[in-house]
Design a protein around this ligand. Structure first.
Ligand SMILES: Cc1cc2nc3c(=O)[nH]c(=O)nc-3n(C[C@H](O)[C@H](O)[C@H](O)COP(=O)(O)OP(=O)(O)OC[C@H]3O[C@@H](n4cnc5c(N)ncnc54)[C@H](O)[C@@H]3O)c2cc1C
Length: 344
């Protein structure tokens, strides 16, 4: 399909919060061969936004600039030094790519099944779930600098992945348009069952579960716990879990003995400790809160929801009120996970 350009384009169906917003211009790229034309369409735009599936985005108002929607498709298997790699175009659906690898008998992505969105965006925040992060399967990516048109290959180190973080979320990182990523997968399979409900599902079985069985269980758990954006608008977890140093964790524990704490993933002596943003929000009384159509999910304090016709600005106002109250009570500033764009 040739490059499609629409002026004054509605974005309502292109964000999983389902909020109403418009872009001054929408450019939709389906065919990688049309990349030069897509880059040319961005020249002179007052602002630009790359869009995948819109599942990690809060449109706080209209976007006075050009939105480039990545819809490029293509997936390939290729041999690698160890095992195999798959190469995925940025516009591929992440979940369809996970299904495809499993159908090919390739393991490695099963814990990340059913995460909404595109493959390109998966690298932006180093998606993670049920004990696995993208970074652990990542081999490299290709991106183009939207300022210069220069293409560059990124190694895992160059991506500087962290907890829901990468170089692409750092200042200046938004100039990179991710085109393709390569992931390590393979027929050899060692299940990651560190997430308690997943371990419980396979407890008592003598045989090692297959990758497909792990993915099926992940899907079952996710479907039973997470709200489906097709039924109620949301962007998954709205805030990142705060990561604090050991001294602050100790001080917080003394003041709030019930506060859940988990290892933050470092072996340093002053190891970071991960707190539960959902618990902090719940303690401040927000779970199930509703302000018009903007609300906090009744079962998940970490998930903001659009009950119908909430505007992005209303959802943002609610998020900021939650953030302020958590700071007032615990002295911690929560960091939003989705990108917030548009509005004044
Ligand atoms: C119900 C639900 C459950 C979720 N569960 C999880 C989960 O378990 N784990 C998790 O990590 N996330 C989760 N998410 C968040 C979201 O699915 C992921 O962050 C996903 O990777 C976003 O993909 P997207 O294509 O929708 O990105 P978008 O929302 O379209 O974009 C997100 C960001 O990436 C940028 N971007 C998108 N594509 C590109 C590209 N090709 N090049 C450069 N920049 C790009 C955008 O500009 C924006 O800054 C969940 C969301 C929902 C709604």
């Amino acid at each position: 399909m040739p490059l499609r350009i629409t002026d004054n384009a509605p974005l309502d169906a292109l964000n999983t919060f389902g909020v109403s917003a418009r872009a001054r211009r929408l450019v939709e790229l389906d065919d990688p061969a049309d990349l030069p034309a897509a880059l040319a369409a961005l020249v002179g735009a007052p602002a630009r936004l790359v869009l995948g599936g819109g599942s990690n985005l809060l449109l706080a108002g209209d976007f006075d600039g050009t939105v480039l929607r990545m819809r490029t498709r293509g997936r390939q298997r290729q041999p690698a030094a160890i095992g195999e790699e798959v190469s995925l175009q940025a516009g591929e659906s992440w979940d369809e790519a996970v299904r495809w690898t499993l159908d090919q008998g390739l393991a490695g992505l099963e814990n990340l099944a059913m995460i909404p969105g595109t493959c390109g965006a998966a690298a932006i925040q180093n998606i993670g779930a049920y004990g696995v992060e993208l970074a652990e399967r990542f081999a490299g990516l290709s991106a183009v600098d939207l300022d210069t048109g220069r293409q560059q290959a990124f190694t895992p180190e160059a991506c500087r992945f962290g907890y829901r973080d990468s170089v692409f979320k750092q200042p200046g990182g938004e100039r990179w348009l991710i085109l393709r990523l390569r992931l390590r997968v393979g027929p050899q399979f060692a299940p990651v069952l560190s997430y308690a409900p997943l371990a419980a599902a396979f407890a008592g079985r003598s045989a090692t579960p297959s990758a497909a069985e792990v993915a099926t269980e992940v899907r079952r758990i996710r479907a039973s716990r997470l709200p489906d954006p097709a039924r109620i608008g949301n962007a998954g977890s709205f805030f990142k879990n705060p990561v604090v140093n050991a001294a602050l964790a100790q001080a917080l524990h003394e003041r709030h003995p019930g506060m859940p704490m988990h290892p933050g993933g470092s072996s340093l002596s002053d190891a970071p400790v991960k707190l539960s943003a959902g618990w902090l929000i719940e303690q401040c009384g927000w779970k199930g809160h509703r302000d018009g159509d903007a609300g906090v999910h009744a079962d998940h304090a970490l998930v903001l929801v659009n009950h119908g016709r909430a505007s992005g600005a209303e959802l943002l106002r609610l998020a900021m009120a939650i953030r302020a109250s958590v700071h007032e009570r615990f002295g911690l500033w929560l960091e939003p996970e989705p990108r917030i764009v548009g509005g004044s």
